[in-house]
Design a protein around this ligand. Structure first.
Ligand code: NAP
Length: 473
């Protein structure tokens, strides 16, 4: 992979003025490249460029915006192999994950290409004779985007594409564990001819520059995807200057298995939901709550499948579980498992650690007070919890501060929909696992999993504002 050692500001590749940082391959531990992160002066320059570019961009026609997206689609497709390489080297993504993410990047450009023509206003009647009321939908201005490392290209484009399509400019701060993914996207945007200043990347440490970035008066909206802990901080800083936020935060998602479920299908679905990208997905299956007789049957079927998962080098196409993103996450994961087992959880499958690679763990007899039931555990472990009745199972699923995504497994689809409606999460998938995304369908969490909705018209409305213009004869 190329060394992405410069920031991208105002259409130029510039050296950062902040501290020296390194991008590390989580599997080999090798430093891929070092770079200087952004400081306040780089952030000021990025916002100034974005503000100037946005003033021109918002005046371009629908056709001009769509033409640019068409060029972007071509370049995004051309770069699919480079995206995959970057996701593997920088993020430890295995073949199914990197293949899905690279293909999805182009699909997203194709979907958000329609947005310039979908920004619609309203004509409203008036109480005053002869007066006309226009409600115009306008871009916000400059949108700050802050992204995590786990699905870095997809999650960056999920905010950046609708933002730009609606007439905004963007200042992006990627995760320090995934700067190259963002700078690779900048290269793609640059090659597609995206005007200078419309998309800027200020890589740098969140603890160093995050507060300044979020508190910056030039930013009209902060679109944050990451942990609930940092999301709370961002909301409070942005709130201090009455700046709107969109927050996509953590999850503690559950698959609820009813007694009439197809157990084999539940085990297949859960295998993907719990261990895809080594369990580092916000919507991943953290908990499985099985009712009555479904519990033991599911434990037996699932354990056999989990034992067969191959962990190791993400280059190996047979490997499903690659490395965790860094040593700190490995330590956090091991502590979480240790605490849960010490509290009485039964180890159905025992994992082992080799560098940053952890082979899968599976815990059973987990109760709601145990660590892995209460917290988002970002790694290859799944906690199976028994419930005597359906009511108890619903109560267990809802007994968490999070509310991102859940699922219900049952052969009775109508009843499953009734159960789904009782679950306190923004998304519920029936006869599927908890990971799912379609860019035209609403996406978002309840409780401490987020604020606001993404995708489709929901993000279009979030990334624009309205203005009443009255005309009196
Ligand atoms: P994180 O630690 O919250 O970091 C997310 C981003 O915030 C990074 O770019 C980070 O920069 C930055 N940041 C850190 N401190 C900041 C501050 N004070 N001000 C502004 N920005 C700051 O999360 P992560 O570990 O990267 O990602 C995993 C988390 O994201 C999980 O909780 C997962 O559930 C959640 N997630 C949610 C969704 C969703 O759609 N709901 C999707 C994916 C992930 P540095 O890297 O430089 O610290």
């Amino acid at each position: 992979m190329k060394a992405y050692d410069k920031l991208y500001i105002n259409g130029q590749w510039v050296e950062g003025s902040g501290r020296e940082m390194a991008d590390v391959d989580p599997y080999t531990g090798k430093i891929l490249f070092t770079y200087k992160g952004a400081d306040k002066s780089d952030i000021d320059a990025a916002y100034a460029a974005a503000k100037a570019a946005q003033k021109k961009w918002c005046k371009t026609t629908v056709a001009e915006k769509t033409d640019l997206f068409e060029k972007l689609l071509g370049v995004m497709r051309e770069y699919a192999p480079a995206i995959e390489e970057c996701l593997m080297e920088e993020g430890g993504s295995t073949a199914p994950k990197r293949g899905y993410e690279a293909a999805t990047c182009a699909q997203m450009v194709r979907y958000f290409m329609q947005f310039p023509s979908r920004v619609e206003g309203k004509l409203q009647p008036s109480d005053a004779p002869g007066q006309i009321n226009l409600v115009m939908r306008k871009p916000r201005g400059v949108i700050t985007v802050i992204t995590p490392w786990n699905v870095p290209c997809l999650l960056t484009l999920k905010s950046v594409l609708p933002a730009i399509a609606c007439g905004n400019a963007v200042v992006l701060k990627p995760s320090s564990d995934a700067p190259a993914s963002a700078l690779l996207l900048a290269e793609i945007f640059d090659k597609a001819g995206v005007p200078a200043g419309l998309f800027n990347v200020v890589a740098g440490g969140g603890a160093d520059i995050g507060d300044y970035l979020v508190g910056h008066p030039s930013s009209e909206l902060v679109a944050f995807t990451g942990s609930t802990e940092i999301g709370k901080r961002i909301a409070s800083i942005a709130g201090g200057r009455i700046c709107d936020v969109s927050l996509e935060l953590g999850g503690n998602n559950a698959m609820l298995i009813l007694e009439d479920a197809d157990i084999e299908a539940a085990a297949d679905k859960a295998l993907f939901g719990a261990y895809f990208h080594q369990g580092q997905i916000c919507m991943g299956v953290n908990r499985i709550v099985a009712v009555g007789s479904a519990y033991q049957k599911f434990c037996d079927a699932f354990a056999a499948k989990v034992r067969a998962l191959k962990a190791g080098d993400p280059k190996d196409p047979e490997v499903f579980i690659g490395p965790l993103i860094n040593g700190a996450q490995v330590k956090k994961f091991e502590d979480a498992v240790k605490q849960t087992v010490a509290a009485g959880a039964k180890v159905l499958v025992e994992g082992s650690t080799d560098g940053n690679v952890i082979s899968p763990w599976l815990l059973a007899d987990v109760t709601r007070d145990m660590y892995s039931a209460r917290n988002e555990v970002f790694g290859p472990v799944c906690s199976i919890m028994p419930a005597s009745t359906e009511e108890e199972a619903i109560d267990i699923v809802n007994d968490t501060d999070y509310g991102l995504s859940n699922s219900v497994m049952s052969r009775d689809l109508f009843h499953a929909a009734e159960v789904a409606a009782c679950l306190e999460s923004g998304m519920v998938h029936i006869n599927d696992q908890t990971i799912g995304e379609e860019f035209h369908v609403m996406f978002g969490g309840e409780k401490q999993s987020g604020l606001g909705r993404f995708n489709g018209n929901w993000v279009l409305e979030k990334f624009t504002t309205e203005q009443w213009i009255s005309i009196v004869k």
